[in-house]
Every structure is written in C-alpha cells, then in structure tokens.
Design a protein around this ligand. Structure first.
Ligand code: GRF
Length: 292
C-alpha cells in the first residue's frame, strides 16, 4: 500500500492521485530516519508523491520496520549473495564492458578483476531494479543506502531529461564525499556543516546538486550534536526536494564546457532555503556533550 495525501483527502483527490502522482521507491541500509521524515509528511498529506516501496541491502535495517509499520511494501536484496557467490550468468559480457566504460566507482587496474566485481554489482542491481519496476517506481530516493550504484542501474531510472536517482549526503559537496560526512566535517574543524541532495551520476557523490543547506557548528559541540543538527536539516530538506521533483519544478540546465546546473523553479525557493538554515541555526541538540 502506498502512503499518500489522498488517504486523508477527498474522492476526487484520490482518483487524481492514482493517475498522476509521482511514484517513488526509497532505498535504505540502516535506521531510516529520512525515510521516516518522508512517511511523516505523507501522513500529514504534505508529500506530493507516493512512497510505493522501500528496499534494503540489509535485512536487519530498522528502516524496514518503519516502512512496514506505515504499510509500505518492502524488499531486501542481498549483495553478499552476488559478491561472494559463484558464477553470475544473468548479465551479458557486452553489457558489463559497456558499463565499465562509463562507470567511475571501481578503480581496480586489473580489468578482469574489475569486470567480475562490476558484473556482480550489476546482478544485484538487476534484482533491485526488478522490484522497483514491479511497483512502477519513477524516481529512486537513496536514504542512507550504503552501496555504490553503477550506470547500469542509473540508466534504468530516468525521468525524461532528468536523472531518476536522488541521494542525500551529510556534507556540503564537493567537500567530504564518502561514508563519513558528519565525522569528516567535525574533525576538520569546520564552523559550518552542510547537507547536499543531488542526482546520482557515474561517480561517488559527484552528481548535479539539487539542494544544499548549512548548519552551524558551535565550540561546545561533540560530533553527535553535529550529526543531530544535520539530521534535523536532512529531514526538512528531503520531503521538500521530493515535492519539487513531483511538481516538475526541477530543471537540469546544460552549460557549455561545465557541469550541468540544477534550477529549482519554485517561486518560494529563497524562503524555503532560508527557513531550513534558520531552523538549523535554532536547533539545539537534546544533550550537549563537551568537546574533550
Ligand atoms: C544520513 O545522514 C544521510 O545523509 C546519509 O546516510 C544517513 C542515513 O540516515 N546518506 P537515516 O538512515 O536516514 O537515519
């Protein structure tokens, strides 16, 4: 069952929702607080897309419980099965070679080793994509999904001119890519941390930026405080970005000799971004740890 505003709305809204609302699938690996933020907004009737399924690479991810409690279909795809398993025949050699020519996440010099790993990733992605496609997913939202996706998967989810896979990253990219955005921001001694929501491309955390916002880091903050403040901001941002996409207010503008730029065509854009930064500025973590 998909969660959407129409559950709380009129019959007319329900039939409109069935035909025109954006269908999103969320991929997680862990706690799923961003997923919860999306679910909460859907419950309030202020998410303009339907969360039609939630997938994970880890059966123990708590986010799966959150989804099930919200009545959303879930699925689990074990990467281990593919990465540590025997031969993989479900992906053609030519397809692996084509994806290898485009991908920027696997760097092994030995092309046999690299292609074997790529084939295994692609096999796992094939299974994930099949689940998402069964549910008619149009846009895939990564929310703490800890696997790198290859162009094989990314090509299957496109929205016309727009990429169809979105990620939330806990740092102000291009600073601090990788798995530990909060820790790296804090350890560097930054006075401001940031959150980036971006389209996913062939690299790691390199895709076109859709939205960014910043939060202050105070002298008395421990890393946990910084993470709490950042997550508060993430939970405001992700539903808003989903709504921008659902309304067709996100445009990718190509630029000669440069990276394409994402433009948000919401007349309230400046107020929205201002409200995020203000909220982060006011946010006080429940427990303030002293820096040692
Ligand atoms: C978030 O910090 C997100 O930015 C990053 O992974 C974390 C996921 O947290 N990509 P949660 O599972 O949504 O609580």
């Amino acid at each position: 069952m998909a969660l959407h505003a129409a559950h709380h709305g009129s019959k007319a809204a329900q039939s409109e929702s069935a035909s025109t609302r954006l269908r999103i699938g969320v991929l997680i690996s862990g706690s799923g607080t961003n997923l919860q933020a999306l679910i909460d907004r859907a419950r309030k009737g202020s998410l303009e897309a339907d969360i039609v399924c939630v997938g994970s690479d880890r059966a123990s991810a708590y986010g799966l419980v959150r989804a099930q409690e919200a009545g959303i279909t879930t699925f689990v795809v074990s990467y281990e099965k593919y990465l540590k398993g025997g031969r993989i025949d479900s992906v053609e050699d030519a397809e692996v070679a084509a994806v290898d020519a485009r991908q920027r996440i696997l760097r092994d010099q030995d092309h046999e080793v690299r292609r074997d790993r790529l084939r295994r990733l692609m096999a796992a992605e094939q299974e994930i994509a099949a689940h998402l496609e069964t549910h008619g997913v149009q846009v895939v939202c990564l929310a703490g999904f800890m696997r790198l996706l290859t162009p094989f998967f990314l090509n299957r989810f496109r929205q016309g001119d727009l990429p169809g896979v979105v990620n939330i990253h806990p740092a102000l990219l291009p600073a601090f890519p990788g798995q530990h955005g909060y820790r790296d921001t804090y350890r560097y001694g930054c006075k401001w941390g940031g959150i980036t929501i971006h389209f996913v491309d062939e690299g790691e955390d390199t895709g076109p930026v859709i939205a960014q916002a910043v939060y202050p880091i105070w002298d008395e903050d421990a890393c946990e405080n910084v993470q709490q403040r950042g997550l508060h901001l993430e939970h405001l941002m992700y539903p808003q970005v989903v709504n921008w996409i659902a309304r067709g207010q996100v445009r990718l503008v190509p630029r000669v000799g440069g990276r394409p730029r994402v433009q948000i065509e919401d007349p309230a854009y400046r107020e929205v971004v201002g409200s995020w930064v203000e909220a982060a500025f006011r946010h006080r973590p429940v427990v303030v740890h002293r820096r040692t």
